[in-house]
Design a protein. Structure first.
Lengths: 435, 435
């Protein structure tokens, strides 16, 4: 290991120095948490540690760490004492250039930057392996929740068939407010912004892009090939009406923004981000507020779930520092689970093939007529149905919601919607039921 | 790394051979799961792997693995090709003697044996570190649930203040049947035995001993000093009446057998296993059937929960094999988080100091009289109370259950019970409310 040797008490210990790139919310959390729990962290790492540089182009004259702040990556790259990097800048550039330069010099990098991992993960993991160092990204998915390391270590003996969960806290907060307090979407969003849970421009959260990046990372890790956000069907929660949330409750479930990936029978994988109906039987339906939860399905484990705060200063800093400790403790061991780059997306199945029961809401109509159209559709598709259909209405004569009695592909559901429309029944909204 | 070099295709790969001690439920699960997912496991391990020996004094003439079975540990100890061991025998002896002998020869051991870890963990971890190999025990707590590695790796930057959860699937199944199906304890136990979830002699599960061993392991790992089962207050579920389960429901919670450990203000820790009232607001209340869940509280993470199957052939085998893969992949890196041996139990706080709100059930009486006794007690203790008290009764004139309006220590609760008894109010049952 590079780094100075410090004499402490009667025994000689190595000293590991690391740099923090970006002194925003997460980066400052990493520095503060490190100094708060320094003794404990050093015990875990088996050596003394210190933050040597903080990279930020802004100045922080009031910060107790102002002497560590540098405006250029160069001193960090050139300093052989710095063996580990915490990258908390966000965005692809200049983070990508900086991380690449660090890895090229054999400095292990731990990142909270999901955009970077989702876009450049395969390349950076290959570079880290080549340079005999690590590229860690526990903090990029699920904030404080340990998920990356458990997925590729603890569950390594499993054939994992799918992952599904709530990967964005902002939208889960909004949906919880709609469910619990009957707030309209716009009001719940405004409250999330007021509380600092949502950005001024909430697009990345509300439209599902943030959850999409995270499911790309998980898909790549689990199934071994880089999945790009552009190839993942992504639908946000902006169209969810309060009425849908209430009707879902009457049907025995909650509306949640679910990021999922599943392996199809032919081996292709199907990642997607969509609002879904989650039955109260499923623990994910009980995950509220800004909390995230990730359910993993495997042949030996059946299912296992990880729950916690998916974002925030200290939860994310906890994950970054956990990786930094690992990087420092095992400086010459390469742990990172690499995945292959992907030149095309033929290993991905299109959304049309996604199969589940469906939640449908149709405009006010005669329920008997609606049932007839539904059963006509099943007859036309030669699908046998004997399940009892339950429906929900907020009031007599209002819109009707129900869950389809069987699983349908999204393509079949398109046909069902078209047939209903032709028959005079207007489908106002639809979403899959989480299996 | 020791072991033969096998030529496969165009590249040379190492070959790692491991031995399985005990061919019972878990041991046979390890062997079956390994061969089922061999290709995938070898990819994760970065090398070819094989099971070379299975130790069992029984004979298995019909087993496809019968040629691997040996009746003595000696060939395993003497074979330098065997670098990793999966210990699935259960019980302290002869497992302890065998594991010690393996570690002394530098063979890493992965165990599912909670009794062994709870009794001998500190000693075996120290021996592994001395011999530059690993003693892994992910499978000893929470079956398939990744908890040991996340606790000491992913959450390493946290100051962890406590852990609480459902660590025994058998009792959770019994309680779930009581809650959902209004079964009496004895009937639910009989069903659990019929389904193979409970042993013929169900003492270890029902009396909380199994959960106790697991919270000892977690306490030792988190707080760094060996906690012995004999020092942990342990109360099982045999006294839980169906009436308590129903009354708890009326008060907005579920009765669960909770194993917990928390750090007191003075730094001592307080591990305990007791039935508790868990509010529906707490996700743990929603963990049903044989599933386990473990909530971890830390300064940076706030709280994070791990959920899954806590027992069973393949879930446990998954955890054992995950450890074996890690041992094989990083044969010369010592990962195990050691903890100190403990010569006395002065670092443990007694149960009398445990503090929480309390669920109390009193025999039929005049509620006003009962309230007066309760408020007399609070006045005598100079504890201010202004919370609204809600009570539950299955029928008018029946036993009354309520939650105390403030937190009390167990010692204070003893006094409350005594004062009520003196005042003619009989307390039939009590349990803490999970904080």
């Amino acid at each position: 290991m590079e780094g100075e040797i410090a004499r402490t008490g009667s025994h000689i210990k190595a000293m590991a120095k690391f740099a923090v790139l970006g002194f925003g919310v997460v980066g400052s959390g990493v520095v503060e948490l490190f100094y708060k729990n320094k003794a404990h962290i050093e015990e875990k790492a088996g050596q003394e540690m210190d933050v040597k540089y903080i990279l930020d182009i802004r100045q922080f004259p009031a910060s107790p760490y102002k002497d560590k702040i540098v405006a250029s990556i160069d001193p960090i790259l050139e300093d052989p004492e710095v063996t580990a990097i915490a990258e908390c800048m966000g965005g692809v550039e200049p983070a990508f250039t900086y991380v690449k330069a660090c890895l090229e010099r054999g400095k292990s990098v731990s990142t909270s930057n999901k955009e970077l991992v989702a876009q450049k993960g395969a390349e950076l993991l290959a570079l880290a392996a080549e340079k005999n160092c690590n590229f860690f990204f526990e903090a990029s998915v699920g904030g404080a929740i340990p998920i990356i390391r458990p997925l590729h270590k603890c569950l390594a003996a499993n054939d994992i068939s799918g992952v599904a969960g709530i990967l964005n806290g902002t939208t889960n907060f909004i949906l919880t407010k709609m469910i619990r307090d009957k707030m309209q979407f716009a009001d719940a969003l405004a409250l999330a912004q007021k509380l600092g849970y949502a950005e001024k421009d909430p697009t990345a959260d509300v439209e599902g892009l943030d959850a999409c990046r995270k499911i790309c990372i998980i898909s790549s890790l689990v199934f071994g090939k880089h999945v790009y956000p552009k190839d993942v069907y992504t639908k946000g929660i902006a169209d969810i009406a309060l009425e849908d949330v209430e009707l879902a409750g009457h049907l025995g479930g909650a509306v949640k923004l679910i990021a999922s990936v599943q392996r199809q029978a032919d081996g292709r994988i199907l990642p997607a981000v969509m609002p879904m109906f989650v039955s109260y039987d499923n623990l994910i339906s009980r995950v509220d507020d800004v909390f995230n939860a990730i359910m993993v399905y495997g042949d030996a484990i059946d299912k296992t779930m990880f729950y916690g705060r998916g974002a925030g200063k200290f939860p994310t800093a906890s994950a970054v520092l956990g990786d930094v400790i690992d990087a420092v403790k095992h400086a010459r061991t390469v742990f990172s689970q690499a995945w292959e780059p992907s030149d095309d997306n033929r290993f991905l199945a299109p959304i049309a093939e996604r199969t589940s029961r469906m939640y449908l809401k149709v405009s006010k109509c005669d329920p008997q007529q609606m049932f007839r159209k539904l059963y006509d559709f099943y007859a036309s598709q030669k699908i046998a149905v004997d399940a009892q259909l339950s429906l929900a209405r907020l009031k007599d004569g209002e819109n009707i919601a129900f869950l389809t009695p069987t699983e349908l592909t999204e393509a079949q559901c398109d046909m069902l919607v078209a047939q209903m429309t032709t028959g005079g029944i207007q489908v106002i909204s639809r979403m899959p039921v989480l299996n």
